[in-house]
Each structure stands twice: as structure tokens, then as C-alpha cells.
Design a protein around this ligand. Sequence first.
Ligand code: HPA
Ligand code: ZN
Length: 307
Amino acid sequence: MRSKAELHVHIEGTLEPELVVELARRNRIELPTFDVEAIRARYDFADLQSFLDIYYENTAVLRTEQDFYDLAAAYLGRARAQGVRHAEIFFDPQAHLSRGVSLEVVFGGLTAAMKDSDVSAALILCFLRDRGAEEAEQVLRAALPYRDHFIGVGLDSAEVGHPPSLFRHVFDIAAAEGLRRVAHAGEEGGPDYVWEALDILRVERIDHGIRAMEDPRLVARLRDERIPLTVCPLSNVRLRAVPSLRDHILPAMLDEGLVVTVNSDDPAYFGGYVEDNYRALREELGMTDAQLDQIARNSFDASFVRV
Ligand code: HPA
Ligand code: ZN
């Protein structure tokens, strides 16, 4: 199996139904069902928002430092088995702060699991774009006492209607703190969102970015500046950003000379971890070993931490 880095994975999106049930019982939280298969059966999504509704609902079982430890330890174990040597992991502090779970608990559990794993890992703090720029700035300021625990900031959640330009100021603060910058753009939003992420937020990677392919000038910019794109093929199919894997634009992105990487996004929800994405590209899209080798090399070139 190829060694690879994973650069686009939300730790909350690695919460498997089995762990949802275990943590709900441990924390005495009521669930609509404690049947793992019934939980999994709900994972039939129409679009990004219908996924996010369930994703945020399930995060309610994460309460204690031990819960966050168990979540990250489970992900790192699975990632290791899928050939991941290094992971740059997103987390959504607002999804926890809004439920009264402190940053101390979140950082404590995640970083302890990272220390105990032999997979190299770093955290990227994501702002929930649908909660606005003011709250994003509050979260960043609250997280600065934990500056040593994360390497960068990102932008996720419901894309359309929440363009990158709204977050200029908070990304400027992050840049001044020496934080790396990424943003989800061009997943459901158009190429204009990718332009804004580059020009206004000064991001160093684009998360998803598949719709950038609609704009040849943007493709040229991404190629010339070697801006990496963290593409998530199984996610795109499950959230219906593409009709099927066979229709995925990823091979064309590679042919354009873009620095494409392959990632799992929210593997507990989308039917596969990162090697499962590589395998699907080979089996369903007929991508060659040489192409997949290039993608794996790109993942190390595109990582912020050298391994
Ligand atoms: N897109 C946007 N926000 C997210 C995603 C995603 O795929 N996963 C978790 N938050
Ligand atoms: Zn994502």
C-alpha cells in the first residue's frame, strides 16, 4: 500500500456509528436509536446541508476529554492501517463550544491521542462559515492561548451564501499569528469562491476545489502557483457534488497539471477512509498506478509539516 499524507479529514467526520452509541451510553445521552445499522441507514444525503445536519447532531455525544481522545485515537489507528504517515486534521471548535464543551477539553483529548500515535499529526482549526465572521474571530482569540496545539485555520460548513470574503479580517489575524491558511471552496460554491479564498484569505491550499475546473483562468492560476487541492472523491459522490465516481473530474485536474491530493473528508459518513478513496479511483475510474503514485507524492509536497 502507498504511503500518503491525509490533508482533508474532519475529526468529527470520523465518528463511526459504533462510537456514537458507545459515547451516548457512557455519557447517558438519549439517541433517536441505539441501533448502529439504523444510524448508518440515515446516511443517505441529498447535498452538503443534509449531511451537516446529521454530522452536528452526532457530535452531541462528544463531551469529555476522554471522548475526544477516543475519537482521535480511533481515526489515527484506521489511518495508519490505510497507509497514512502524516495527517493534518480539521476540527470544528464551534460545534463543541456551542454545547458548552470547552476548548481545553477538545484540545486536551485530541492532542493526547496524537502524542500516543506513531502517525505524525497536526490540527487545523476550522471556522463554521454559516455562523459568521464575528463568531469566527471570537473563537480564534479564545484559541490563541492554545496556539502551540494547532498549525493553521480553515473554513468549512455550509458553503453557498457564505463566501470567503466575509472572513478577510479573521484570516488576517491568523496570518499575523503565523498560522497556515486553507478554506473549503468550490465544493458546492462556484469558481468565484475559489478566487476569493486565494485573493482575499490568502489560503495556501484549496479544500475540494472541484468547481475551479469551470474557469480556465483559475485553473491556470492554480497550476502556475502550484496551489494544492484536497479532493475527496467518495465525499463528492455521497454529497451529490458529482453524479457518480465515473463522472469525477479528478483525472482531468491531474491532466491540467494541478497539484491534486486525495482525501477522505468525513470517512465515517461517506463509505471509506483514504486508501478506500484511492482504491475506488483505480477500480471505478481506471486511474493508473502512476497517477495514484503522483497523487501520493503530491500529498507530501502539499503538507504543511515535513515528514
Ligand atoms: N464540507 C463542508 N463542511 C464540512 C464538510 C464538508 O465536506 N465536512 C465537515 N464539514
Ligand atoms: Zn471537508
